[in-house]
Ligand binder design. Structure first.
Ligand code: HAM
Length: 536
């Protein structure tokens, strides 16, 4: 047994859970370079950072992204946000283990569990710990009735099995509907949160369009593979306001391409499409007509489609278009295109977008099947793909979502467009292009020896760090030979050598590690020595 292991405790090593990973130095240097560069580009376009919560009410995502999407149906990390797990377990037991037949003692114990649950809930609602909602009040009073119905019939005088079954069903149903707190989800994306924050803080009253960006982790329970993680990182930008001018879409896309160029990624393609507009109370949209036609056509070829696509014919036929199954591609090729169904306004918007992109010299390819996997989009959709990424080839994606703010209970007439890029994938593409080297070297390694040298070493380390140099100061004395070996291994540019002799004479030795050139300088000249020389 190891020292830290208690009797009966197995010795085990922990690993990061499936689909999540550690990003270690020196890779983090490149990540930091990338984030700094992205901030620089977005700030040049006058975007401001918004910091958002990592989790939100589940319903926010379900409503925004769409209840039939893969993200919402299969991929969200959802949990109950309250401190009553003991009660939750009682509730789960009541829902999942109702007595199947009349058995006095089993029924009695079930009844007691339900009665206790009701009492505890009432107490916690009274103390303001559990939400005092109409749904909870109804559930508790129905549970009361059902439990009394069972109670009054032990032994089962006058209670037929139908009545017993009905009471149990009533208990199961209402125990299931009790809520001890919010149901929350780790964010699978951030557009919904941006829209929620925009509404919550009344940002429509601020002058001009709100141009916001965010950086951070997102969570989707997808099948992990290269470029696809369960915790991944996005940098996203959103523009919210009353205008839907195609110049906004084009500027946002231009900004992305500038970032790609800064990263010196060369192999990439910008795909653009318009997916039309939905029905609104004022007017019929062009997309529903297309969706209906698509559904008709898909029904004709249903037998040739895989199970997922077959199901989507009814639930969300547009999603069939971005199926990746090789055997479905030829069928998809022959399906009607949304571009042939766009209404006048959508067509004009898309034409103007293309002109705007040309004006900005942003090369693009029209992709009539690019529908994207989230329900909030309308009109413009786009993606940038790169062949260097393999199967998960989307570097970033985005589009217009003019109805989202209203759908989430916000003011009418607020339009939105945005994108999110996958940082994990950008980093892969930057590494693949091999043009950016962002490791951060040690500038000065202080090789000190002797108690008398130590205070000077500590003081000079601080002076150089104030000058923004990266300085490594060994915490314990090292022999000079060892210290220089360590400096070499760390890739340090200079070693500053100080032993008791140097302290006595006030002359320090500086060794340039690339070529071993060594010279002596006085302490006063040190700061100047490391300052970039004019013209250098
Ligand atoms: P999305 O297409 O779901 O869009 O994700 C955007 C990007 O995030 C993808 O192109 C990809 O690079 C990256 N990504 C997505 N899932 C993963 C994963 N499991 N592992 C690694 N990278 C991943 C959105 O999220 C929208 N909110 C974009 C948007 C903003 N639309 C309008 N505004």
């Amino acid at each position: 047994m190891g020292e830290g292991t208690k009797p009966g405790q197995e010795r085990r090593r922990f690993r990061a859970i499936k689909g999540v990973r550690d990003i270690l130095p020196p890779a983090t240097d490149l990540w930091n370079w990338f984030e700094k560069t992205a901030r620089g580009v977005m700030e040049a376009y006058n975007f401001h950072e918004i910091r958002l919560p990592i989790f939100e009410e589940t319903e926010l995502f379900a409503r925004s992204i769409g209840v039939e999407t893969d993200v919402v149906t299969k991929e969200m990390y959802t949990f109950a946000d309250h401190g009553y797990w003991d009660l939750e377990l009682v509730r789960i037991r009541i829902v999942n283990n109702p007595p199947g037949h009349w058995d006095g003692s089993v029924v009695q114990s079930y009844r007691t569990q339900v009665a206790n649950l009701i009492d505890q809930c009432r107490m916690l609602i009274g103390a303001g710990e559990i939400p005092d909602t109409p749904a909870n009040a109804r559930a508790l009073s129905e549970l009361d009735l059902a439990v009394n119905a069972i109670n009054s019939s032990i032994p089962p005088v006058g209670m037929g099995s139908t009545q017993f079954d009905a009471s149990i069903l009533q208990i199961v149903h209402y125990a299931r509907s009790l809520k001890f707190g919010d149901v929350v989800t780790l964010r699978p994306e951030a557009t919904a949160s941006v829209a929620r924050a925009y509404i919550e803080h009344g940002m429509q009253t601020l002058p001009g369009d709100q141009k916001l960006y965010y950086i951070g982790p997102m969570f989707r329970r997808e099948r992990p593979q290269k470029g696809r993680y369960r915790q991944f990182y996005q940098i996203g930008a959103e523009v919210l306001g009353t205008s839907d001018a195609p110049a906004i879409d084009a500027e946002l896309i231009e900004m992305l391409t500038v970032l790609i160029e800064r990263c010196r990624i060369e192999k990439w393609t910008l795909l653009v499409n318009s997916i039309g507009c939905p029905d609104t109370p004022e007017r019929k949209g062009c997309r529903p007509k297309y969706v209906e036609r698509l559904r008709e056509e898909l029904r004709k070829v249903k037998d040739k489609l895989g199970a997922d696509s077959q199901r989507r014919i009814d639930t969300n036929p547009l999603r069939v278009l971005d199926s990746k199954l090789p055997e479905e591609q030829a069928i998809i090729e022959k399906l009607p295109k949304i571009s042939d169904f766009l209404c006048e306004d959508c067509r004009a918007h898309f034409e103007k977008l293309k002109q705007e992109l040309k004006l900005r010299q942003v090369a693009f390819t029209e992709a009539p099947r690019l529908v994207r996997g989230l329900d909030y989009y309308m009109r413009t959709t786009f993606e940038i793909t790169s062949p260097v990424l393999g199967a998960q080839n989307a570097l970033c994606g985005g589009g217009r979502y003019d109805g989202l703010v209203e759908l989430l209970g916000g003011p009418r007439g607020i339009k939105g467009i945005g994108f999110a890029l996958g940082e994990d994938r950008f980093i892969d593409a930057i590494e693949e292009a091999k043009k950016i080297h962002a490791t951060r070297p040690v500038d000065v390694f202080i090789a000190w020896m002797g108690e008398k040298a130590y205070p000077t070493a500590v003081r000079l380390a601080r002076v150089l760090r104030e000058e923004k140099h990266t300085v490594e100061l060994p915490p314990e004395e090292m022999k000079f030979r060892k210290a220089l070996e360590r400096a070499d291994k760390l890739g340090a540019r200079y070693a500053l050598i100080m032993g008791e002799d140097e302290i006595k004479t006030g002359e320090l030795s500086i060794k340039r590690l690339a070529d071993g050139k060594q010279e002596k300088i006085s302490e006063d000249a040190l700061v100047d020595y490391f300052r970039p020389k004019a013209g250098a």
